[in-house]
Design a protein around this ligand. Structure first.
Ligand SMILES: Cc1cc2nc3c(=O)[nH]c(=O)nc-3n(C[C@H](O)[C@H](O)[C@H](O)COP(=O)(O)OP(=O)(O)OC[C@H]3O[C@@H](n4cnc5c(N)ncnc54)[C@H](O)[C@@H]3O)c2cc1C
Length: 395
């Protein structure tokens, strides 16, 4: 393994690959160190594949801003690189009076985030576009939402890294980060690597790695989401979301078609003890009732089959009611840890790449939280230069 790599990116998920691509394209010497034998086997292969519009979080949050910028970049990228995707729009449907009232807030937030394409549509428009749906009381259409093949996306980004002169190193698990002079030594399963700077994009493993060099980095709380498949997929060409229940750590069980005509319902959202808690199938009861709310016609457990799950790396802990923002924590100087990159991280990846490339050039703006520097006794997360500690994201 080489010494004196300029920038190492830890993790080859969609975020690590997008970051490494942006860095390599700006001429940096970049190595991507990935524990698995290929890119994109972590969270990036276990999600809904939705290109989000950016209407779920507060407009000023990094989650929203990176989502809106990332979505535009992602759609352009998919078109340029022939990554399978479709900008199909989505419905947000209200089936109760409380949801109808909440829908107004969703629309206002969408417009405040610059997603001006979001608009109310009549229940008749919903069932005309998708006759398989139960007629809602009210609905929004968000035309800029899309779906993408996440595997093809990560492959394309990884190929771009190498094309731009970066290096992808697989089967290379980073066990710890250590300070070494003006840079760092990475203890890896393939021996030590000396780097001048690093970007920790290790997904569910990022918080543990961060703590080896930034003891005050916040923990990440694994939050599992299960998916079921409709055995007889209804003809549906766009995602259909309920109005989010306040305090829910997920967006609510929603219908998502993939690019091949299958339709999934999920993901659920519940905290688990281990980031690798992928085993076991869920109780189908909540899925049956969500399907009965969203779909016209009778649905029973026999119509649903458990598919898979993904685990969100949440900064929001069990029992907290409010979401937390993405955290790009530089601690100590030269080590940037990307923490809590849950949904909409797939959509936001190319924007995060741009922000990290700006950071590498000496910028990063208000999006990078800087702790106190080398040698500080207590490098507190709150000791930021340009941005207060990312607090709860109020909905
Ligand atoms: C259920 C679910 C649904 C979602 N749906 C959507 C959606 O529809 N749209 C959307 O925009 N986003 C969605 N997301 C979010 C999105 O999937 C993630 O934000 C994104 O995939 C995160 O990518 P990542 O590269 O940070 O993490 P990962 O893909 O997990 O990549 C991290 C990589 O780091 C590697 N790694 C870990 N530890 C080490 C180590 N010590 N040494 C070396 N390598 C290491 C891992 O092997 C992995 O490859 C969803 C997430 C979940 C869980």
């Amino acid at each position: 393994m080489p010494h004196d790599v300029e920038i190492a990116v830890l993790g080859a998920g969609v975020v690590g690959c997008a970051v490494a691509r942006a860095l390599a394209r700006r001429g940096h010497d970049v190595w991507v160190l990935e524990a698995a034998s290929r890119p994109g086997t972590g969270i990036s292969s276990r999600n809904s594949g939705v290109i989000h519009a950016g209407i779920q979080d507060p407009p000023s949050s990094l989650r929203t801003r990176a989502c809106v910028e990332g979505r535009r970049r992602l759609v352009a990228y998919c078109r340029a690189r022939a990554v399978p995707h479709r900008v199909c729009g989505k419905f947000v449907v209200a089936h109760t009076r409380a949801q109808v009232e909440a829908l107004e807030g969703v629309l206002a937030r969408a417009h405040a985030a610059g997603v001006t394409e979001a608009r109310p549509v009549s229940p008749g428009v919903v069932v005309a576009r998708a006759p398989c749906l139960r007629r809602p009381l009210a609905a929004l259409l968000v035309p800029v939402t899309g779906i993408v093949d996440p595997h093809a996306l990560v492959s394309a980004l990884g190929a771009d890294v190498e094309r731009a002169g970066g290096k992808m190193v697989f089967a290379c698990k980073v066990a710890a980060i250590e300070l070494a002079g003006a840079g760092f030594t990475l203890r890896t399963s393939r021996g030590p690597v000396t780097v001048r700077r690093l970007v920790n994009a290790a997904g569910l493993g990022a918080a543990a790695l961060a703590r080896s060099v930034a003891p005050h980095a916040p923990p990440v709380h694994p939050c599992r989401g299960d998916y079921v498949r409709l055995r007889r997929p209804p003809p549906l060409d766009l995602p259909v979301y309920p109005v989010r229940t306040p305090g829910d750590p997920g967006l609510g069980l929603h219908l998502t078609p993939d690019l091949h005509g299958d339709v999934r319902l999920g993901p659920s959202a519940y905290y688990v003890d281990e980031p690798a808690a992928l085993g076991g199938a869920p109780d189908l009861g909540p899925f049956v009732s969500a399907a009965r709310t969203l779909l016209a016609g009778e649905v029973s457990a026999a119509d649903l089959a458990y598919v898979d799950c993904g685990i969100r790396p949440k900064l929001r802990g069990r029992g907290e009611r409010a979401e937390r923002d993405f955290l790009l924590l530089e601690d100590p100087p030269g080590a940037l840890h990307l923490l809590g990159i849950e949904s909409p991280g797939l959509t936001a990846a190319l924007a995060l790449g741009r922000i990290v490339a700006d950071w590498a050039r000496g910028g990063g703006g208000d999006d990078v939280t800087r702790a106190a520097g080398h040698g500080a006794a207590e490098p507190a997360v709150g000791a930021t230069v340009r941005m207060p500690r990312p607090g709860p994201v109020r909905r």
